[in-house]
Ligand binder design. Structure first.
Ligand SMILES: [Zn+2]
Length: 435
């Protein structure tokens, strides 16, 4: 009998977890992306799928392949996953983080949910298709990327700038972070599909003053001016702005939970969401968090300048309004420099692919209901969206009701339910066959 995707997925995920692909953000200490990409290439080559390994820098490997569909005139579907992971400190873990341990019904390891689980699901589904000679309805482009965890410059951002031809004809994409269940009760599970991401704007604030001796009376001190501005930013709360995605999400969740949603005070409803309250809370408003300070070089010298970094996250369509408000808060005398910017992305929650997601989930879980949501962080979708591709976070997982899923991302003891992986394979297979 043929090996199926469900048979294979756990082993494939284990293999990927055993390849340490820690991305430290530093070229010298980032490891494993090439080994992981080669592993995926070999598994695909075994079933006759030709891949292209594209390196943005030595060992920073991205892997791309195209599975031809039955109808080449239709737009292609991009299915993407990153192979790198954030660091793990083994001394904090219950099990070694890079050994693919199976224990208590879970597969443990750094990357188990972010996102070697989905990498393995895609691999398992495609391998099964090739073994049985199945052709999907439309072209499917596979992309396994490097560097998602440290700015994407060596991964998706580099790919879309240097190899846009690989994504030619792609109209939609699925990847992280979405498709996982949030249990309301035995008969109802909401599956959160990511349709939007906040934008990212890392700013540096620069204050200037008159340098001088630390023993004098001094009324033009750059450190004082900067500290005042930073304190104002840190304490400022930006107003609630309900984007279309967040409004839909809150309406559907409130209805499912039978709680009152007051559009003027949505935080009251969000507070009742338990394990996902944190995840959703940051999607109600723009945020600006000071993260670094730099000033001075000697204890008795007043420096002429001081600077601070502020990590800003903006809602779709809010970048300009945000900046105007921030400028008011900071005041006229402190300069703002944009260090790194990635715009927000948002797509609507409709169309045949969205319908197919719901149908695929319901076929495997009759209590499934899909809801769109906005994510406060960023993913490779930001890069792919620049090519005009509609991006969705849909890496299907049915989770136990009490699991604090969002805490597992970049968390200690990251793990994925073994049954969840198999469930994900079945849903993904259905979706891709009906997309
Ligand atoms: Zn991720």
């Amino acid at each position: 009998m043929n090996t199926t995707a469900v048979d294979e997925v756990v082993g494939l995920c284990q293999d990927l977890l055993r390849i340490d692909t820690t991305n430290t953000g530093d070229q010298r200490t980032t490891v494993g992306e090439r080994a992981a990409a080669e592993y995926v290439a070999e598994r695909l080559a075994e079933v006759g799928v030709e891949t292209r390994l594209l390196e943005s820098a030595p060992k920073r490997a991205n892997l791309v392949a195209r599975i031809p569909g039955a109808d080449p005139s239709r737009g292609a579907l991009l299915v993407h996953g990153h192979l790198d992971v954030v660091p793990a400190d083994a001394s904090e873990w219950s099990v070694p983080p890079f050994e693919g341990v199976i224990k208590d019904g879970y597969l443990w390891g750094r990357g188990a949910v972010d996102m070697k689980d989905f990498d393995a699901m895609v691999l398992a589904v495609v391998r099964e298709w090739r073994r049985v000679g199945y052709t999907p309805p439309r072209d499917i482009v596979l992309a396994y990327t490097a560097d998602e965890e440290a700015g994407m410059e060596y991964g998706s951002q580099w790919l879309v700038r240097n190899h846009p031809e690989e994504f030619e004809g792609c109209t939609e994409a699925i990847g992280e972070v979405g498709g996982y269940s949030y249990t309301i009760n035995d008969d109802l599970r909401l599956y959160l599909v990511q349709t939007a991401e906040k934008g990212l704007d890392w700013l540096r604030l620069h204050a200037h003053g008159r340098p001088g001796h630390g023993s004098f009376i001094h009324d033009d001190n750059a450190v004082t001016a900067l500290a005042e501005a930073v304190a104002r930013v840190g304490r400022h709360r930006f107003p609630v702005v309900l984007t279309p995605t967040v409004r839909t999400f809150l309406e559907q969740v409130s209805e499912a939970l039978h709680i009152e949603l007051d559009p003027d005070e949505p935080e009251l409803a969000v507070a009742k969401l338990g394990p996902i309250a944190n995840l959703i809370g940051a999607t109600l408003r723009n945020t600006a968090n000071p993260t670094r300070l730099e000033a001075g070089y000697k204890d008795n010298v007043i420096p002429g300048k001081a600077s601070a970094t502020v990590d800003c996250r903006t809602l779709p369509g809010q970048a300009d309004a945000f900046l105007a408000e921030l400028r008011e808060v900071i005041g006229p005398d402190v300069d703002i420099e944009h260090v790194h910017q990635q715009p927000a992305v948002e797509t609507s929650f409709d169309g045949a692919l969205v319908d197919a997601m719901g149908a695929a989930l319901r076929a495997e879980d009759p209590g499934a209901r899909t809801v769109p949501y906005l994510m406060s962080g960023g993913t490779d979708a930001k890069a792919f969206a620049t090519l005009g591709i509609r991006c969705f976070g849909f890496a299907p997982l049915r989770l136990p009701p009490d699991l604090n899923f969002s805490a597992l991302f970049h968390g200690i003891d990251e793990r994925v339910p073994v049954e969840g992986l198999k469930f994900g394979v079945r849903v993904l297979d259905r979706l891709l066959r009906n997309s």
